[in-house]
Design a protein around this ligand. Structure first.
Ligand code: ADP
Ligand code: MG
Length: 699
């Protein structure tokens, strides 16, 4: 008993020094941690490749050959030439040089296992694992796991081979302690092997089929418990009568609605109905509103806020940047004019003098709607009765900030929350990130939007691009030119880049010829930013040169050209956001992606995808496949609710759906998980890793 929790240090073959390494490098503290550290790939070590057949494209290869010569180039650089019947290959060592030199005597035969690479036009392997032919690990089974590793681990003696031995020892000690955590019924229905079998075979597969079974079982389990914990929270919350009641639609809503210059799209109407029914119900709303750039989320937000006001509550709209908050404020005031509802703007640059009456208005309830940045949730801001918080582009908010919003409710009841995002989130990710939220999607664009023509060019075509922009300006249009931010030492250093760009644009579009160019970047004062931004929004500037501060929300329907410089530096979702800035007016619009000379193959693929589609969801799916979900915009700051150990949101979408359905049906039958057959589930959910309650409370 108790082996699972015992310190890794006491596993034979570890000891204090290696234990420290395992803890520091891999966060493996106990035997339990160790056996849940899985190989990330498997290699067939029963096969040995002829040297002549090795290519640099394969991840790992095993060759067998005789040492021809060994050459100590320096005390930290050993080169060994190895030969088999088909050819020769160099093995290179920068560590353990002396030991390796002694071992690899010329004339003796060894098996070398490692990653081949091309160096100066010739193939070599750096730090291959070395085995004498008779102890080829082929005897350990057909498939050998390859574990994630680091340089420090390898030089500390925890090689791949050692890791296999440790796993084997750990499994022998604690496999018997591992209890099945999925009820038999679920395993049968979904064709899942027992947990012990899976644990054994994920490390030491008996054969490829066993590995497949083990992998499927462990992935399913991981996704299933994640969904079960999320859905259970949602269920608990939906039963708690903790929502601020908003039974009526109210006069302000109707006043605004009747004065709208256009009719709402079908999707906008549907979403507003969903929100209305949430607000009228007895429970707190937690709704995610997804809609591509330009789909008209602002209108939905305003009408939702007006429902809150119509019921005697206040509403706030939080934007990620000052510029965006200002723009929201300006837009919203137009819509509010016919309602008589008082609206205010509160940001970091609101002066102390302005703040005083504003805070008083929020405290006495005379201000119905307040728009702002995260200044809205500072401790000093007290609401009389905050009933609804709309969070625009929520991923820019830190978790803690969202928590303090949660605490600003009324009479101990949290405000209803509407999270809006223009970053389309792949379904699998939404189900995980927001598994406990209701999701609304605006999947229809306001009428009259034209497709944006996207092209990819190199620097050689810049003169042609300038000519094209001049034509557009002559036709009365405006253009964005965006530069990437550059981060140096974690500090934002966008200025040199965008300022150099500004110089270039000024040369191509001289003032003497009547061109007006504005510039906006993160290091400007707010006054400068606002001044330049307004020059462009109001049509006085022809070109806006900027960094990505314009990324979200900025609405200039007259702009018909979006130029993105060094486009290879942007992520797909970000490119999509930027492109969404044009194509908002009646004219045909263009997005020109300018790549730098040394653009890599992966980046090119992304840029080509941008030229091929305008569908934000498809772009998001592809982005996730290319970069993995952890790197997606939208997840960087907020993070996944739990780390997935083996399943992948990008690749295991179908299994995730299956696991979610399974979790749902378990809860449908036994909402409180009280049945004895579900006892193993309750047991599993008690583990720390599923303690993700805080996350859902603040979304
Ligand atoms: P989002 O915030 O989703 O990117 P916005 O709310 O800024 O989009 O709306 C984009 C543009 O479309 C705005 O100029 C807005 O006035 C306009 N718009 C919104 N809804 C409609 C509609 N139903 N019909 C026509 N235009 C609309
Ligand atoms: Mg918007």
């Amino acid at each position: 008993m108790g082996e699972l929790k015992s310190d890794i240090q006491f596993l034979p073959g570890v000891g204090p020094k290696r234990a420290l390494l395992l803890k520091r490098e891999l966060e493996i503290n106990t035997l339990e941690d160790l056996i849940h550290f899985y190989p990330f790939r498997y290699i067939d070590r029963s096969s040995i490749s002829p040297i002549a057949s090795v290519s640099p494209d394969v991840a790992y290869v095993q060759v067998q050959g005789k040492v021809v010569s060994r050459n100590l180039i320096s005390i930290k650089h050993l080169s060994v030439m190895v030969e088999d019947a088909s050819g020769r290959m160099e093995m290179v060592f920068f560590k353990g040089v002396k030991w390796t030199f002694d071992k690899l005597e010329p004339g003796r035969e060894f098996i070398f296992f490692g990653k081949p690479q091309l160096y100066n036009g010739r193939l070599n392997m750096v730090h291959p694992e070395i085995d004498a032919p008779q102890n080829s690990p082929a005897s350990m089974g057909v498939l050998t796991g390859v574990y994630p590793s680091t340089e420090k681990l390898k030089s500390g003696g925890v090689t791949g081979k050692v890791m296999c031995k440790l796993q084997s020892a750990a499994l022998a000690l604690c496999l018997g302690e591992i209890n099945e955590n999925l009820p038999e019924q679920i395993r049968k229905t979904h064709g899942l092997c027992p947990l012990r079998y899976a644990m054994q075979n994920i490390h030491f597969p008996e054969n490829p089929r066993a590995l497949e079974l083990a992998t499927r079982r462990l992935k399913f389990e991981e996704l299933f418990f994640l969904q079960l914990s999320l859905l259970k929270q949602r269920y608990v919350r939906s039963r708690a009568a903790n929502g601020i009641p908003m039974p009526v639609v109210g006069a302000p809503f109707h006043a605004c609605y009747n004065a709208l210059p256009y009719s709402l799209t079908g999707a906008q109407q549907r979403v507003i109905k969903e929100i209305r029914s949430d607000l009228a119900g007895g429970t707190q709303m937690n709704r995610l509103l997804q809609g591509d750039v330009g789909s008209g989320k602002t209108m939905v937000a305003v009408l939702s806020c007006l429902i809150a006001v119509g019921n005697g509550y206040q509403a706030c709209i939080m934007a990620p940047t000052e510029v965006l908050a200002q723009q929201h404020y300006a837009n919203i005031q137009k819509y509010l004019a016919p309602t008589g509802v008082r609206c205010a703007l509160l940001t970091g640059s609101t002066t102390r003098k302005e703040r005083k009456p504003l805070l008083a208005g929020l405290a006495d309830g005379s201000i119905g709607i307040v728009v702002g940045t995260h200044a809205l949730i500072e401790d000093t801001v007290q609401y009389k009765a905050l009933g609804l918080a709309v969070i625009d582009e929520q991923h820019r908010f830190g978790v803690g900030q969202r928590a303090s919003l949660w605490s600003k409710g009324h009479n101990g009841r949290p405000p209803h929350i509407l999270v809006m995002t223009a970053t389309p989130i792949p379904r699998t990710l939404a189900m995980t990130l927001y598994g406990d939220l209701e999701v609304s999607v605006i999947d229809e664009m306001p009428p009259g939007r034209k497709p944006v023509q996207t092209m990819l060019i190199g620097h050689n075509r810049l003169p042609a691009m300038y000519r094209f922009i001049r034509e557009q300006i002559a036709a009365g249009r405006q253009a964005f030119v965006v530069y990437p931010m550059i981060f140096i030492n974690e500090k934002m250093e966008d200025i040199s880049n965008v300022e150099q760009g500004y110089e270039d644009i000024l040369k191509a579009f001289p003032l003497e010829e009547g061109y007006k160019v504005a510039i906006v970047h993160g290091q400007q004062s707010n006054d400068d930013k606002t001044f330049n931004m307004r020059a462009f929004v109001e049509g006085r500037a022809h070109i806006l040169v900027s960094t990505t501060v314009i990324e979200v929300g900025v609405d200039v329907p007259n702009a018909s050209v979006m130029v993105i410089m060094s486009a290879q530096r942007f992520g797909l979702s970000q490119l999509h956001q930027l492109r969404g800035r044009v194509g908002r007016g009646a004219e045909k619009s263009y997005c020109i992606l300018v790549k730098d000379p040394k653009t890599g193959a992966d980046a090119l693929k992304r840029l080509e995808l941008m030229c091929a589609t305008e569908d934000g969801f498809e772009i998001a799916e592809q982005d996730m496949k290319m970069r993995g979900p952890g790197d997606l915009e939208g997840t960087q700051q907020s993070g996944l609710p739990v780390n997935l150990n083996i399943a992948s949101l990008a690749r295991d979408g179908l299994l995730l759906e299956e696991a979610r359905h399974c979790a749902q049906s378990v809860l449908d039958d036994d909402p409180q998980l009280q049945s004895p057959r579900n006892a193993p589930l309750v047991q599993e959910l008690r583990k720390d890793k599923y303690n993700i309650k805080d996350y859902s409370n603040i979304s």
